[in-house]
Design a protein around this ligand. Sequence first.
Ligand SMILES: C[S@@+](CC[C@H](N)C(=O)[O-])C[C@H]1O[C@@H](n2cnc3c(N)ncnc32)[C@H](O)[C@@H]1O
Length: 353
Amino acid sequence: MQQIDETRLNALMGRLVGEFGALASAPLVILGDRLGLYKAMAGAGPMTADGLGEKTGLRVRYAREWLNAQAASGFVEYDPVAETYALSPEAAMVLAEPDSPAFMIGGFEVLSAMFQDLDKVQKAFTDGTGLGWHEHSACLFSGTERFFLAGYNANLEPSWIPAFDGMAERLRAGAHVADVGCGFGASTIVLAKAYPKSTFVGYDYHEPSIATARERAREAGVADRVSFEVAGAKTYPGRGFDLVAFFDCLHDMGDPVGAAKHVRQTLAEDGIWMIVEPFANDRIEDNLNPVGRIYYSASTMVCTPCSLSQEVGLALGAQAGEKRLREVASDGGFGRFRRAAETPFNLVFEARL
Ligand SMILES: C[S@@+](CC[C@H](N)C(=O)[O-])C[C@H]1O[C@@H](n2cnc3c(N)ncnc32)[C@H](O)[C@@H]1O
């Protein structure tokens, strides 16, 4: 039998206790969101469990247990003398304010879908089939919208669009934009609000997402300039777009090269193909970090099975990296390709004919 190094064993077990705690507290984060607990604490200063129960109309005994778990997670601060709990302004940005650039609750909804769809992914592993986006639990769709919206609010108008030569001016003057694989239309609507003279059409093959996107456009008061249609990336209608954007969806597609070829057909002569993909380096060893860990995991459960469920099934994965993505654009007929911007979570590329 191999010799066991007790120090290494204890270190690994200690780490897994932390992991287990993080996962055990994940449903409580979702409860905190759904039941309005974080919102009730945001900006309210220190409060007792009774105070939180009263403010939310929830049973105090439940509120107290939830608060103790939040304090153990380090999400709220506990004062043992006053027996009060407080949500800091920073924690409020992450947990209570959907419009803040740091809001992270959507990621927990995605995590919930990953657990709920475990059996389906297990089946796909064993029989080699795929699992389409549409076959997942609904919290994946809403979680994706909420998780990405924060980044779109923070980056699209201030930094990503200005990184494309002349595009901000074109959008301000009135441009024609397609948002392909638009999901609930989060990016489409952020753009539409920023550039009121432009018109937008969002496409997605997933019908329920398109129905929600239409609702979102009505709620945002932009439905006169924003439409949403059910269509795949290789067949969507329309021509002469100044900008065709793919937000976090190219790697989910079975045939990204086929999609690239179609984009080429639908762009205006001097149009830009904007590709936003999860941040990744080209080499696996350079992605073995906390962000890469999240993306490789989501890619295993969602993105890779989605691509494998479609024609061609290229399965780029969510950590494709610039080199692979450049090849896709080049195979699709794009002569120019450059990294225009990046954040710790995103790579933003500009492709031109
Ligand atoms: C990770 S979600 C991103 C959604 C949205 N772009 C966003 O940023 O919130 C991927 C989206 O790609 C869509 N999708 C996947 N394959 C597609 C295809 N072949 N054609 C059109 N949409 C596709 C899915 O339905 C899903 O809405």
